[in-house]
Design a binder for this molecule. Structure first.
Ligand code: NOJ
Length: 575
């Protein structure tokens, strides 16, 4: 009998899958890259302020390289009053002193580059801070040259905003500015006034901002809130729905200020600016609709390379049929998929999908899916440790203003932004000061140092997966074939390239399950299967494991010479 063992597996990986540096050089590098989202304020503090900084990220680059990360996406680190933790930018061409200096940033980019890691920034396109000099000028007078850089309108009468649109963070989306007697529009907080992208000067300036960062070595942008950039200038009221939301506001359909088609023109402009630099554009594009997701790539692939549909992240439960449905939907799309389980706005994946008993096994299942499905994976920092959300228990402990307003249903964001857990020392090695959010109690045992020493840890499973992926043509470029096992608790698929096939089998149930793929594996002799990586899989020596333990997962290489794959099956070219 074998039980999957990390050391054996790592030996196998290093022997048969040497690192392929080539993947980092090509222009479509983002197809093969493992992206890692991190919040600078939560990753590593080097100054004892309790808030992480850029030098902290630089100090941890070797860890990230060892984890197999190819690209970092940093949540905003521009100067900001931090009302929305950086998503309220006061200067697009500088670094917030809390996080360091431009020189620190340049050093981070250079040191990352030395390790083959690219740096992607978060561009807040929809709005600025109300402290941005553009807005200060805009609000100063109706005749200000910057007036039309934002969305200003007269009210419908005393105390009546221009229309009934609501802010996502509670209350009206219009705030009356007493100085000029007009209302300005903000889809988010009043401190985040919306830019007027219909003004060509705004568009020119923001495109220049992107070029300025590309010239500094930035490898691309994650575009924040692209769905809210445009609104109907005629300001029709949105239709109301029954009931109230977490903020006590009426439910409504955001028909006239959300997902307007004009955004595609803007995405094409941003892409034209990115292409000469070989830069990538990720987009915050929540949707369950495949046609809508497909549209973000652009006709002719001239918009976002990586729109994040959050298809798996938005699944209500951990269920193989539900996951299969979502995977099939992305697979059917004529474009390169992006896989995400968590981010800084969602409760952590283990909290949403865990059962409190098998959480580590479930974290490994999610890791296996993230890193072996066809497409680009985006990890959220701490996911590789199996970190769970640590939500505040009392309203007075909440630091996210939106969560205070929408208490208790909106508290998830603090919970998912707690400090990275490095070791069992004070504040988990994150800071020598008082961390800006409390360090979760499980940090004493769930941390990088402890998990590094445990061959069966979630962290070592991630390391094994990224090493496997990096060296496997089938996983990087191969097609996807659902093996549709009869047992509805299992997800099983093949990834095949011309000379290689990898089988992934995941048991998404709390009971052991027989792994009997029967005729589905016709032509791929199970006896010749070679274990690559697994957890909770047992069976006879060699071949496929006969059983997967609760939430067990196994990844095996199949003998390729028995079943050559036709060239046309190697995945849609140019998608
Ligand atoms: C989406 C970001 O992910 C979120 O954190 C932020 O609050 C809003 N956009 C507003 O910028």
């Amino acid at each position: 009998m074998f039980r999957t063992h990390f050391t054996v597996v790592l030996w196998f990986l290093c022997t048969f899958f040497p690192v392929r540096a080539k993947a980092l050089e090509d222009r479509e590098w983002w197809r093969h890259a493992v992206f890692y989202e991190l919040c600078p304020r939560s990753f590593q503090d080097t100054k004892g302020t309790g808030v992480g900084d850029l030098n902290g990220i630089t100090a941890r680059l070797d860890y990230l390289r060892g984890l197999g990360v190819d690209a970092l996406w940093l949540t905003p680190c521009f100067p900001s009053p931090q009302v929305d933790f950086g998503y309220d930018v006061a200067d697009y061409r500088a670094i917030d002193p809390r996080f360091g200096t431009l020189q620190d940033f340049d050093r981070l980019v250079a040191e990352a580059r030395r390790r083959g890691i690219r740096v992607v920034l978060d561009l807040v396109v929809n709005h600025t801070s109300d402290q941005h000099p553009w807005f200060l000028a805009s609000r100063s007078s109706r005749r200000s040259p910057r007036r039309d850089w934002y969305v200003w309108r007269d009210g419908r009468g005393p105390g009546r905003p221009p229309c009934n649109w609501l802010s996502l963070f509670g209350g009206s989306a219009w705030t009356l500015d007493p100085v000029t007697g007009q209302y300005y529009y903000h889809y988010f907080y009043p401190q985040q006034p919306d830019l007027n992208w219909r003004n060509p000067a705004v568009r020119r300036e923001m495109l220049d901002v992107t070029r300025w960062w590309y010239q500094r070595g930035v490898a691309g942008f994650r575009l924040d809130a692209v769905d809210t950039v445009f609104e109907d200038p005629a300001l029709p009221d949105n239709p109301l729905l029954p009931g109230k939301n977490a903020f006590g506001d009426p439910n409504m359909v955001n028909r006239h200020n959300y997902k307007l088609q004009e955004v595609h023109g803007l995405l094409r402009d941003l892409r034209r600016a990115a292409d000469p630099y070989g830069a990538v554009l990720l987009g915050e594009t929540y949707t369950d609709s495949i046609p809508e997701l497909q549209a973000y790539y652009g006709n002719g692939r001239n918009e976002l390379q990586l729109p994040t549909g959050h298809m798996l992240a938005m699944a209500e439960t951990l269920s193989a049929p539900e996951f299969r449905k979502r995977i099939d939907a992305l697979e059917a799309m004529d474009a390169w998929p992006v896989w995400v389980f968590g981010n800084h706005d969602l409760a952590r994946a283990v909290t949403r999908f865990g059962d409190g008993v098998h959480d580590d096994a479930i974290a490994k299942d999610l890791a296996a899916l993230l890193l072996t499905l066809r497409g680009t994976p985006i990890l959220y920092y701490g996911e590789e440790l199996g970190m769970a959300s640590h939500e505040p228990g009392r309203r007075e402990d909440v630091v996210d203003p939106m969560a205070r307003l929408g208490w208790p249903s909106a508290k998830r964001r603090d919970g998912a932004r707690t400090p990275m857990q490095w070791d069992a020392g004070p504040a988990a090695g994150f800071t020598t000061g008082t961390p800006w959010l409390p360090v979760p109690l499980d940090a004493a045992t769930r941390n990088v140092a402890v998990e590094t020493g445990d061959p069966g840890s979630v962290l070592n499973f991630y390391r094994g997966l990224t090493a496997l992926r990096r060296g496997s043509r089938a996983l990087l470029e191969g097609d996807y074939q659902d093996l549709a096992p009869a047992d509805p608790s299992l997800l099983c698929y093949l990834r095949r390239s011309q000379d290689e096939a990898v089988l992934v089998a995941v048991n998404l149930s709390p009971e052991p399950r027989k792994l009997d793929l029967g005729p589905a594996l016709d032509g791929w002799p199970a006896a010749r299967a070679k274990l690559l990586l697994g957890s909770g899989a047992s069976g006879p020596e060699g071949g496929l494991p006969g059983e997967l333990e609760p939430y067990g997962v196994v990844i095996v290489a199949l003998a390729q010479e028995q079943h050559p794959v036709p060239a046309a099956a190697a995945g849609p070219a140019g998608s």
